[in-house]
Design a protein around this ligand. Structure first.
Ligand SMILES: *Cc1c(COP(=O)(O)O)cnc(C)c1O
Length: 427
């Protein structure tokens, strides 16, 4: 969906000046919009014990994380730099969930040492935790959805059996029993079926599957599951004809199911957690880029000064769509174009065969919904450097929160301690 009309208004009044002042390209994030989505979460789940752990990988900028920390959000991390970011934003202890994913002993030790809640995604992780001086008293266990959930899985992830995340349900009790023997006393369960869902079903199914497992663990091991984490994956309407995710309805359905479950089993319902990224910040960012070249070949091409180093999704996922508008283009006729960057890759395109108002060199294009999984996915292939990030404050001021990458940054890792391992047999 195009960005909200209120963001569009706020943006429209500053974008030309911001482009002149800071130069293009840049991602710009709307503080008011992010706060509004925090409110939406809080209102939807009012009265239900819940917690949202923002998935740091979606928007790993301290200024953005600080907004969320101030609103009481926790953070979901899965690497040491992400842990550091979350701690710098003010989160501590179980405000941080560390979702392991083929994690090394050193990373686990650092996560445990920082007091983060570890989300165990395989029995091998438990082996590594067992070797630490102190095994955490509370652990979360990620459950593999299993192949009978095929139909509902995100097709981009491949078939369910190919998913690398989580402990197969039929191994869960065994793994939890081992954790009990290691001294673990409090348990949570986690499952994430995929990403970008606009319907409620995947989340209700996740809840049902986790509640089933909670009943099993209680019967077999006497474990009272304290919380269920339904993962991230709440979608946003990237396309103009898509409808927003019905968060309030989801919250209502979850509440209903938990009440019924509580009555049926005579136990206290677990707390519900999410670790959304896209839903929280995705719609509140735009990539602002200037037209460098108009090119006529078999198709019409609009070349802009951003590349896939700033936004990978359209190149990475064939179905990924980002709405594009042209600033100050009212009344212009439309034409069908491909919007392309400068990388020597033919899939370095922000849009293919898109009808846009006719543009010329120097025009500003706004690529919508880049508040999540955009700058953070960037890379520097072909020497194309990552752009700056700006924050639009509710008072209309614009703050730079990350500078553009420079050639110096690009060459920084070449500045390493000289080292050479002698060939075998040479002393
Ligand atoms: C990527 C990821 C998320 C966030 O996904 P969104 O689709 O942005 O909500 C949450 N949890 C885990 C474990 C992830 O890997």
């Amino acid at each position: 969906m195009p960005i909200s009309s209120s963001f569009e208004r706020r943006l429209g009044s500053v974008v030309t000046r911001a482009a002149e002042h800071f130069g293009t390209p840049f991602h710009l994030y709307d503080v008011q919009g992010i706060k509004d989505t925090c409110d939406e979460f809080d209102q939807a789940f009012a009265g239900t014990p819940y917690r949202e752990y923002f998935a740091v990988k979606a928007l790993p900028n301290p200024a953005a994380l600080k907004i969320l920390a101030d609103r009481g959000f926790g953070f979901d991390c899965s690497s040491l730099p992400e842990l550091t970011l979350a701690r710098q934003a003010g989160a501590s202890g179980h405000d941080i969930c560390f979702t392991s994913n083929n994690t090394s002993s050193a990373e686990l030790e650092a996560a445990v040492g920082s007091g983060a809640l570890v989300n165990v995604d395989d029995e091998a992780v438990l082996d590594k935790l067992a070797a630490l001086p102190d095994v955490p008293r509370t652990l979360c266990f990620r459950v593999h959805p299993g192949k009978d959930r095929q139909g509902i899985l995100d097709s981009r992830l491949g078939d369910a059996e190919s998913a690398k995340f989580g402990i197969p349900a039929d191994r869960l009790a065994h793994v939890c029993a081992r954790a009990q023997r290691l001294g673990v006393e409090s348990f949570g369960l986690h499952m994430m079926l995929g990403s970008g869902y606009l319907t409620l079903e995947p989340f209700l199914l996740t809840l049902d599957l986790l509640l089933d497992q909670a009943v099993r663990l209680r019967a077999e091991l006497g474990i009272e599951v304290g919380f269920v984490n339904l993962g991230g994956g709440l979608g946003i309407p990237y396309r103009p004809d898509e409808r927003p995710f019905a968060l309030a309805e989801l919250a209502g359905r979850i509440r209903g199911r938990l009440e019924e479950w509580e009555k049926r089993h005579g136990v206290t319902r677990p707390r519900v957690c999410f670790e959304s990224g896209r839903f929280v910040t995705g719609p509140h960012g735009v990539l602002v880029t200037r037209v460098l070249n108009r090119m006529s070949k078999f198709r019409e091409f609009v070349g802009v000064d951003a590349s896939m180093s700033a936004l990978m999704r359209p190149a990475l996922y064939e179905s990924a769509y980002h709405h594009i508008t042209v600033h100050d283009s009212a009344g212009r006729p439309c034409e069908v174009v491909d919007v392309v960057g400068s990388l020597c890759e033919n899939n370095d395109k922000f849009a293919r065969q898109r009808a846009l108002p006719a543009v010329s060199e120097g025009d500003l294009l706004l690529i919508h919904d880049t508040g999540a999984h955009a700058h953070s996915m960037g890379f520097t292939y072909n020497g194309r450097l990552r752009p700056q990030e700006l924050l639009l404050h509710p008072d209309g001021s614009v703050e730079r929160i990350r500078r553009a990458e420079s050639q110096q940054d690009y060459f920084a890792t070449l500045d390493c301690t000289p080292a050479r391992l002698a060939a075998p047999g040479v002393t």
